[in-house]
Design a protein around this ligand. Sequence first.
Ligand SMILES: Cc1cc2nc3c(=O)[nH]c(=O)nc-3n(C[C@H](O)[C@H](O)[C@H](O)COP(=O)(O)O)c2cc1C
Ligand code: SF4
Ligand code: SF4
Length: 277
Amino acid sequence: MLRISLFGPPNRRIQPERYVQLGLKFFKLKKSIDKIIKIQYIVRYKEIIVENVVLYFSGTGNSLKVAKDISKELKNCEIVSMARPFNFVKQYDSIGFVYPTYFWGLPKKVIEFVENVNLGNNKNAYYYSITTYGGSAGNAIYQLYELLLNKHGVKLNYGQKLKMFSNYVITYDMSEKINEITKSSNEKLIPIINSIKMKKNNSLNKLTKMFKFINNDFIKKVSDMDKDFTVNNDCTGCGICEKVCPVKNIEMDDNKPQYKHHCEQCVACIQFCHKSQ
Ligand SMILES: Cc1cc2nc3c(=O)[nH]c(=O)nc-3n(C[C@H](O)[C@H](O)[C@H](O)COP(=O)(O)O)c2cc1C
Ligand code: SF4
Ligand code: SF4
């Protein structure tokens, strides 16, 4: 019977030591391929699961615009309203808070949201906040810093105020320089978003007692401040005010708005009413 040696004639056979060397080389090669596959997997996994969320409260749209601009710049970024409770079921890479300054501090809705929210498995996320304001932001960033720290043991890494136009038409007229102010706030927002993308930290101004006192007083009274709202015969019953109220404080009854006394004074109903003067 003809026997064929796979290893060639005796003088050309591979020596056993050579097998060991080849085995080791193969083992090393396999290890580095495994490493590359693992890295690719981690990168793809991160691309899929790394998510960001911007929590916003807004009456007349300034803060919503800022929240939208941030979310466009961050990958996989959700925008969530703080007007309703939110469940943190996912793990986020960054969590932002965007809201207007009300009476040199936080809006009541933002305080309630932060006090009651369960941040889930997100204690190590990057936390930042932006408050939009018209004249002076007072404590509106530091108040959030204290709330997050005291209620959740979480540190606000970065906070910035962004001057936009003031919308509080109840106490004064809207500025005629709206376009000019909007242009300037758009420009100022670019470096702020870049800082957020780079996960920068900054130091925040401490609470000013007088501003704290004024904001506390506002928070106590705000829910019932809609008692001063009146609707005259010009009202067409269009229901726009009911739709734009972020906290569902308006219900239409016989084509006239009825205020339910959990108002935030966000002035959306006044700003968007086509009959308001
Ligand atoms: C009830 C109320 C209180 C406000 N208090 C302040 C304030 O203390 N300081 C300030 O600079 N602007 C104040 N503003 C102006 C708003 O902070 C500013 O116009 C903000 O950009 C509005 O945001 P929004 O359009 O997202 O609601 C106040 C506005 C309202 C409605
Ligand atoms: S938006 Fe103005 S006109 Fe329309 S229902 Fe409300 S108050 Fe009336
Ligand atoms: S009733 Fe008007 S001011 Fe009060 S929360 Fe609703 S929209 Fe804002």
